[in-house]
Write a protein that binds this ligand. Sequence first.
Ligand code: CAA
Ligand code: NDP
Length: 282
Amino acid sequence: MARVGVVGCGQMGAGIAEVCARSGLDVKVAETTGEALELGRTRLTNSLGKAAERGKMTEEERDATLARLSFTTDLGEFADRDLVIEAVVENEQVKTEIFQVLDQVVTRPDAILASNTSSIPLVKLAVATSRPDRVIGIHFFNPAPVQELVELIPALTTGEETIKRAQALVGKVLGKHAIRAQDRSGFVVNALLIPYLLSAIRMFESGIASREDIDNGMEMGCAHPMGPLKLADLIGLDTVASVADSMYAEYKEPLYAAPPLLQRMVDAGRLGRKTGSGFYTY
Ligand SMILES: CC(=O)CC(=O)SCCNC(=O)CCNC(=O)[C@H](O)C(C)(C)COP(=O)(O)OP(=O)(O)OC[C@H]1O[C@@H](n2cnc3c(N)ncnc32)[C@H](O)[C@@H]1OP(=O)(O)O
Ligand SMILES: NC(=O)C1=CN([C@@H]2O[C@H](COP(=O)(O)OP(=O)(O)OC[C@H]3O[C@@H](n4cnc5c(N)ncnc54)[C@H](OP(=O)(O)O)[C@@H]3O)[C@@H](O)[C@H]2O)C=CC1
């Protein structure tokens, strides 16, 4: 799998593209507009600069990584890709439409179409294509260049060969640790993490403690690298709400229901770090 396509260059798309290019793969990244592409390119270049500054790679390696990356606003340029990883907004309709387009444009018969979705059932994306045996969830964690884990989520339709190839890519090529989960909304990590984040938001909303005390509680009391409200801001409050909605739709359990404050913050465009304001100001 030498040629990879990444759709979406937001925080996850940029991180996934960086991870793949750092592992020696030829990576093409697609965004909808030139403006979004420039933002994504800057995000990626800054992250590589930080990696070089922190001694995670040499300046030569950084430049070689950048040389393996190309950018486009035309998904038609993905014809020769061996693997495409979709990382656009957590919206089933948008993702389904992208899978339909990818199915048309990616011409290699053995090419795999993967999604970085956090919660949308993979089978829904698989059946939108003519190759449901070659669709799989490859779910990275934020920030992708730093977190070691990747969840592999085969849909009911995914073939064994696709699972084997995805597993080899994640472990041998990208050097990440893969865990397998069934195609149930939230998989392993978000099924545990999202109710925790929602509980913290409910705790804040009901005035039990300040945002700082909630976050310090989990950072200093449980050695989490960041407290739940800071983490929700890192993930993006729109994404947290969408993941909660998908999980609520799947399980109908109150613990997955997005609290009103989360919904109002999304309505207000306070999405966390990516918009400069969420539970904190950045
Ligand atoms: C929603 C979903 O579907 C799933 C999800 O992703 S849920 C979210 C999962 N993510 C988390 O839980 C994040 C929790 N937070 C953390 O892990 C940390 O706070 C953090 C990594 C985000 C930032 O940590 P920090 O210590 O404040 O930042 P920073 O010092 O810049 O970086 C931490 C390490 O990563 C390295 N790093 C940072 N950027 C890097 C890059 N682009 N490339 C390589 N390494 C990098 C740093 O060098 C540092 O490594 P050392 O400890 O060896 O020096
Ligand atoms: N945030 C996180 O911590 C994690 C998120 N995920 C998953 O990764 C995916 C992306 O999340 P994240 O990167 O955080 O979100 P962001 O909001 O940072 O980025 C989403 C990107 O998708 C782009 N986009 C939207 N529609 C299209 C389209 N039709 N074609 C191409 N690009 C498009 C957006 O561009 P524009 O701004 O121009 O609309 C934006 O750049 C989601 O499925 C999410 O659930 C998985 C793991 C962790």
